[in-house]
Design a protein around this ligand. Sequence first.
Ligand SMILES: Cc1cc2nc3c(=O)[nH]c(=O)nc-3n(C[C@H](O)[C@H](O)[C@H](O)COP(=O)(O)OP(=O)(O)OC[C@H]3O[C@@H](n4cnc5c(N)ncnc54)[C@H](O)[C@@H]3O)c2cc1C
Length: 388
Amino acid sequence: MTDGERAYRRKVRDLVQEVSGEQMREYWAEQQAVGGDRIFPWAPSAHKLLAERGLVGIDWPAPWGRGATSSENYILSEELVGSGFPSSPVTSSHANVRAIIRNGTPEVVEEHVPKALSGDRRYADGLSEPEAGSDLFALRTTAVRDGDEYVVTGSKLWTSYAHEAEYVSALVRTDPESTRHRGLSMLLIPLDAAGVDIQPVWVIGGWRVNQCFFDAVRVPVSNRLGPENEGAAILSAGLADERSLSFGGTDSRLLLARLLHRFAGAADDLDDSDLEAIGRFATRLEVERMLNISANAKGARGAESAAAAGSMGKLYGSELAQEFAQWLNELLPESIYRTEWGVSVDDQLAADAEWFVRGTVTMTIAGGTSEIQRNTIAQRGLGLPRGA
Ligand SMILES: Cc1cc2nc3c(=O)[nH]c(=O)nc-3n(C[C@H](O)[C@H](O)[C@H](O)COP(=O)(O)OP(=O)(O)OC[C@H]3O[C@@H](n4cnc5c(N)ncnc54)[C@H](O)[C@@H]3O)c2cc1C
C-alpha cells in the first residue's frame, strides 16, 4: 500500500470508530427486525451513518464521490466489516451507480445519483438468467426498439435485492442478429413498471434472491447506459470492481478475532490441534488479504495481470472462508442452529458462526464460480490455451 492509502485507512478507521456502540446496536436491531428477506445493504440507519461521514460512493467520480481507487474501496470495506458493518454498503448498488455516472446522459445522472446518495434509490444487478450464469453471453432477454422506448421481454435469475430495489441494471440483447458479447446493452429498468413480476428464490442461510420476469416492459431509450449494443464493456468494468473486494476473508478475520477474544488468557481450554488450526487460519487469512491488496494495486496500475489476481483473491478467500466456517462450528460445541434471522440466542459468536457456515456456501458461486475463477487464472494469468 502507498503512504496515501495508509493515511486513508487511518482516516476511515477514525471515522468508523465515531459510530458508537449504541448506533451499531440500533443498526443490528434494524437488520434483525427486517429479517433475511428484507436485508438490504442500505438499511436506512447504516446508510445514514456512512453518508454523514462521506463514506457512501467514495469511488464514484466527482462531484458525487471522490474518485477513490479500488484499493481505497477495499480499505473502506475492510474497516467497515472489521467494525461490524456488513461489507455490502460499499459493493452492490455502488457499482451500478458508478456505471450510471460514467455512462448515463446528464439527465439520467441528475435523476439517479442524488437519490442514490441519500439512500432513497437502490439498484439490483440483472445479469444472470436461467441457462446463462457462467455463460453469461448466452443471455436471451431482448429489448426491441419501439420509438423512444425499448420493449423488454425475458427473465433474470438470482437477482439479489430486486425485491427491495427501485431499479435493476439489466444486460439485454438489443441486436437480435447478434451473438455472444456483441449486440448487448445495459438498461435501467424500473422495477415498478407494468409487466415486471418479481418472485422469491430462497438460498441457504435464509437469504432471498429473486427471479424477475419481464413481459413486454416499456423502458425509455434514455435509460440505456452507454452506446447501444456496447453494454458488455460496462459489464466488464463492474465485474473487475466486484472481484477486487474480499469474498469472506474479512468476515472470517472478524470472527477469528472474536474467538481469540473469547479464549484470551484461557488457551489451556483449547487442544493443541485447535491452537495449531488457529495459527494456520490466521496465516492463510493474512495471505488472502495480501492477495486482495496486490490485486487492487495491479488494478490501479492498469496491469494486465489484474484480472487473474482478482480471481485468485476471490477463489482463495471464498474457499478458505468455507473451511474456516466449518472448523469454527466444530470448535464451538454450543453452536446454535438458527433457522431465521432475528432469533435471539445466548451465544452470539456461536450463532454468527453458524450463520456464516451457511452464508459461505454461496460465496464460491456468486460473483463467478470457483471453476470460472480457475479458468481466468489459467488463461489470463498463466497464458494457457482455452479448453475445447
Ligand atoms: C447468493 C447469490 C446471489 C447472486 N446474486 C446475483 C445478482 O445479484 N445478479 C446476478 O446477475 N447474478 C447473481 N447471482 C448469480 C451468479 O452469478 C451465478 O449463480 C453464477 O455466475 C453461476 O451461474 P449458474 O448458477 O447459472 O451456474 P452454471 O453456470 O450453470 O454452472 C453450473 C456448474 O458448472 C460449472 N461450469 C460452468 N461453466 C464452466 C466452465 N466453462 N468451466 C468449468 N466449469 C464450468 C460451474 O462452475 C458450476 O459448478 C447470484 C448467485 C448467488 C448464489
